[in-house]
Design a protein around this ligand. Structure first.
Ligand code: ATP
Ligand code: FE
Length: 354
């Protein structure tokens, strides 16, 4: 099976081709066009600007993806597209494009949940066997998912406020480090003493897998202000603040992952595996902590390559392939959904992102 995937739910326009079977597929091409420069001046993604940019760029992304894969639209078996959750204008741009291509070619149309795309990525990169445990950590999301089947997910817990990526970005802003904050805070933390400041580890004293990261920036702000002299911060102090902050995030993620792992192992999976995805999965300290935990518990660990961890269309094409292989398709009534929880039993949970 060969699928075209289209992604436009946030600030990346993507088109990709994936070929193979469920659990054994590969990426033929994956084109991603970011919009950071369009939104930079506004301090966040502006939905109207994003929607317009997606609409303008999506056709050329599809053309490039086909060209890089060296195939034509006629050779594609189906067209998959992110139908939510996300910024509705952007999602609509993608859905309209996919419907147009489907109508023009007569190929089946498949709506994909963006989060399912992220959650199924370990199947694409590692052929991860069901059920596996997924930790999704990005700028907008933080949740543990048990992935039982392509369309069956159990949400074990997640952040009740900020996502960790957001916390890294805010920390960078408070310390006058460049955006995105994750890489710059991680780099700065390398020279720091993680033990000098004791930042809070919220919710560790409570049972369950829920997390909270918004209190961290308040604590950081307080320490920063106490250290500031003539409105400047010494490089050593900045490094210690970064190291302390990162250590707090690492400790929370490690402990909560250990708890999620207990719930997962209670299901007695034959080949237990944990996967992380999302931009924050790029963090070396977080990876090391989770790798260590998995080694201790005898569980396989995987973190897909970063280009497939952050927003991309290959994961959408792959999630579409799983649906298509199961005989599921959509028709021209496919709707764009701003909200679309993966776990249908937990639709109203706070902070699950979108
Ligand atoms: P989503 O896709 O969930 O809506 P997003 O598009 O903001 O959110 P991603 O593109 O997956 O998320 O990831 C971006 C986030 O990852 C940013 O907040 C960034 O600071 C963070 N990040 C990137 N590299 C690192 C790193 N080395 N350490 C920590 N955080 C990182
Ligand atoms: Fe995403």
């Amino acid at each position: 099976l060969t699928l075209l995937g289209i992604e436009s739910s946030c600030d990346d326009t993507g088109a990709a081709l994936v070929t193979g079977q469920p659990g054994a597929a590969r990426v033929l091409s994956s084109v991603v066009e970011g919009q950071a420069e369009l939104h930079a001046a506004f301090g966040g993604v502006v939905p109207e600007i994003a929607a317009r940019a997606h609409a303008e760029r999506i056709d050329s992304c599809v053309a490039r993806a086909l060209e890089e894969a060296g195939i034509t639209l006629a050779e594609v078996d189906a067209i998959a597209v992110t139908a939510g959750p996300g910024l509705i204008g952007g999602v609509l741009s993608g859905v309209m494009c996919a419907k147009g291509l489907a109508a023009a070619t007569g190929k089946p149309l498949i709506g994909v949940n963006h989060l399912a795309g992220h959650a199924l990525t370990p199947r694409l990169t590692d052929g991860a066997p069901f059920p596996y445990l997924m930790l999704l950590v990005s700028g907008g999301h933080c949740q543990f998912l048990l992935v039982h089947a392509p369309d069956r997910f159990t949400r074990l817990g997640g952040t009740i406020d900020d996502a960790p990526g957001e916390a890294f970005d805010k920390t960078a802003r408070l310390l006058a480090l460049p955006q995105p904050g994750g890489p710059s805070v991680e780099r700065t933390a390398r020279d720091g003493d993680a033990k000098r400041f004791r930042f809070p580890r919220p919710l560790l004293d409570r049972p369950g897998c829920d997390m909270s990261f918004s209190g961290l920036k308040t604590a950081l702000l307080r320490e920063r202000d106490a250290l500031m002299q003539d409105n400047t911060l010494r490089a050593g102090d900045r490094a210690d603040l970064c190291a302390g902050f990162q250590q707090a995030v690492v400790d929370v993620l490690r402990e909560k992952t250990a708890r999620a792992l207990d719930l997962y192992l209670a299901e007695a999976p034959a080949q237990p595996m944990i996967a992380v995805a999302g931009g924050v999965a790029a963090n070396g300290a977080i990876r090391a902590a989770l790798t260590g935990l998995c080694a201790e518990r005898g569980v396989a660990f995987t973190a897909p390559p970063l280009a497939l961890c952050t927003d991309n269309a290959a994961m959408i094409a792959y999630a579409g392939l799983e649906r298509f292989a199961a005989g599921e398709t959509d028709d021209m009534t496919l709707a764009a959904r701003p909200r679309w929880p993966l776990d249908k039993r937990a639709p109203a949970l706070l902070g699950s992102g979108k």
